[in-house]
Write a protein that binds this ligand. Structure first.
Ligand SMILES: [Ca+2]
Ligand SMILES: [Ca+2]
Ligand SMILES: [Ca+2]
Length: 433
C-alpha cells in the first residue's frame, strides 16, 4: 500500500505539469497512470488506458453538474461517470486545470467535489485520478468571471487648497482587464489628480480638488471596461471640536510612553506626546490637517508645524492617534490604515518642560481653506512624567479657544509594577477609546 501511494503522487505531479487541454499531454498522463498502477501494483487490474477506454476498469467521466462556477471556488460539483469507487487506494483526486482537490466517491458512478479557486475565467479540463487511471473531461468546468468591483481604503478623503493635491486612496480592482498605465480613475466624474499603478489589480488615486463634500462614486476604467463603487465620502470642512487635543505630555521625565524601551531623560524628549481624538461619529481624514505649536504666546501660529500627518492619515470615529516626538512607537494597536501612533515628521515636538511657559497647540485644517482653526489650547506643563488631559476624556471641548481649565493633571493609573500619570492612545484608566 505504501508503494502505491508514493507512485500515486508521481502520477499527479505528471498531470499537474501538463497544459490544460493537451491531448498529447493526456495520453502521456494516461500512460503514466497506467505504468504507475502497474508498478505500484499488486492489484488485479491494470488499465490499458487512463482515458477510460471501453472495456477496462479505468475511471470515465460523462458529466459535471453544475458545469460552471465562480473564480473564488467553492462550487459543489457532482461528477458522473464510472469506476469511481473501485479504487483500492481509497483515495481519489480531481483536478480543475492544475489544481487538485481530494474527493470521495459517493458511489461507483458519482463523485462529489468542491471546485478550487482559479485565477482566470474560462474553461478548464477536469481530471479524475484514482489508482485505476485518469479520466479527462476536456473543458469540463468553466470558471465564470467576477463582476467588476472596486474596494477602497481609506473610506474618506479630502484635498488641499494650497497644493490642490488629494488624499491617496488605494483602490483594489477585481474583474477588469489587468490595470496598466493607461488606467483611468474618476471621483464623481472628476479625474483623479494623480495615479500610481501598484500592480495589475491595485492603483492609488488622489482625490481631485474641488469636489463637493459627501458620498462620491469612484470609477476605474481599463481596456474598455469599467467598475464603479459607492460608499466613498469626500470630507467637508471640519468644525471646531471635531478633533480635540486630548492629552499632552510636555515633560516625559524618565518614562517611556512610546514603548520603545528607551525612557526619556535630559535632552532626550522623544517620549513627549500629543494625543488627538476624533469626537465625531464618522472617520476623519487628517491628511491635510497640520499640528502646530507656538511657545510663549496665546496666539496660534499655523506657520509653525511640528507634525505633518502622512498621506493618508485617517482617524476612526471616536478613535485616538498619538504623535510622539520621536522613537519607534510600539504596541499601539492598528485601528486604521495609518497606524495608531506616529513619530513627528519634524523629528521633535520641542514641548517646553517649564511650568511657567505657555504653549498654544493648534490643529489647522487646510483642506478647504488655507487656515481654519480647529482647536487650540493654552497649556503649560504640570511636571515630570505627568500629562495634562481633557477633563471630559475623549469628549468635545466647546470653549474656543480651549483653556487650561478644560484640562486636569492626569490621575495615576496602574501600569506594570507601579503607576504612571499618562495614557497615550487610551482613556485615563487605560481602557481603549
Ligand atoms: Ca521611549
Ligand atoms: Ca519637553
Ligand atoms: Ca490618553
Amino acid at each position: 500500500m505504501r508503494t502505491r501511494l508514493v507512485v500515486f503522487t508521481l502520477v499527479l505531479a505528471g498531470v499537474a505539469g501538463c497544459n490544460d487541454g493537451s491531448k498529447q499531454g493526456s495520453r502521456k498522463q494516461a500512460a503514466a497512470a497506467a505504468a504507475a498502477v502497474t508498478t505500484g501494483g499488486g492489484g488485479t487490474t491494470v488499465p490499458s488506458s487512463g482515458t477510460g477506454a471501453p472495456g477496462v476498469d479505468a475511471p470515465q467521466v460523462t458529466g459535471l453538474a453544475p458545469g460552471s462556477g465562480p473564480l473564488d471556488g467553492g462550487t459543489t460539483v457532482v461528477i458522473s461517470g464510472s469506476n469511481f469507487a473501485k479504487s483500492n487506494a481509497g483515495q481519489t483526486l480531481v483536478l480543475f486545470g492544475n489544481a487538485a482537490v481530494a474527493a470521495t466517491p459517493t458511489s461507483d458512478t458519482e463523485l462529489q467535489v468542491t471546485a478550487p479557486a482559479h485565477t482566470q475565467a474560462g474553461p478548464v479540463d477536469v481530471r479524475v485520478v484514482n489508482d485505476l487511471g485518469v479520466a479527462t473531461r476536456a473543458g469540463g468546468f468553466t470558471y465564470t468571471p467576477r463582476a467588476p468591483s472596486v474596494a477602497f481604503v481609506p473610506a474618506v478623503g479630502s484635498s488641499d487648497l494650497a497644493t490642490q493635491r488629494g488624499t491617496r486612496i488605494r483602490l483594489s480592482v477585481k474583474g477588469l482587464p489587468p490595470l496598466t498605465a493607461a488606467a483611468q480613475v474618476d471621483f464623481g466624474g472628476t479625474a483623479a489628480t494623480e495615479l500610481t499603478l501598484v500592480d495589475a489589480e491595485t492603483i492609488v488615486a488622489e482625490v481631485p480638488f474641488g469636489l463637493p463634500p459627501g458620498a462620491t462614486a469612484i470609477t476605474v476604467r481599463e481596456g474598455g471596461a469599467s467598475a464603479t463603487t459607492q460608499g466613498f465620502r469626500v470630507q467637508g470642512a471640519l468644525t471646531y471640536g471635531d478633533l480635540v487635543i486630548n492629552e499632552v505630555l510636555f515633560d516625559p521625565g524618565s518614562t517611556d510612553p512610546n514603548n520603545d524601551g528607551v525612557p526619556s531623560a535630559g535632552s532626550n524628549q522623544s517620549d513627549e506626546f500629543i494625543e488627538i481624538v476624533n469626537t465625531t461619529a464618522d472617520p476623519v481624514d487628517l491628511t491635510f490637517v497640520v499640528l502646530c505649536d507656538q511657545v510663549g504666546t496665546t496666539t496660534p501660529n499655523p506657520s509653525n508645524p511640528i507634525h505633518t500627518f502622512p498621506n493618508p492619515t485617517t482617524l476612526p470615529p471616536g478613535g485616538a492617534l498619538v504623535v510622539f516626538a520621536g522613537g519607534t512607537p510600539l504596541e499601539f494597536a492598528a485601528r486604521h490604515a495609518s497606524g495608531h501612533a506616529q513619530a513627528s515628521t519634524h523629528g521633535a515636538l520641542n514641548l517646553s518642560n517649564s511650568a511657567s511657559t505657555v504653549e498654544t497647540l493648534s490643529l489647522e485644517d487646510r483642506s478647504v481653506f488655507p487656515v481654519v482653526l480647529v482647536f487650540r489650547a493654552e497649556l503649560s506643563t504640570p511636571g515630570a512624567g505627568i500629562s495634562l488631559v481633557n477633563r471630559n476624556d475623549g469628549q468635545r471641548i466647546t470653549s474656543n479657544p480651549a483653556r487650561a481649565a478644560d484640562y486636569e493633571q492626569h490621575p495615576a493609573r496602574p501600569h506594570g509594577q507601579g503607576t504612571v500619570r499618562h495614557s497615550a492612545g487610551t482613556k485615563k484608566d487605560g481602557s481603549p477609546f
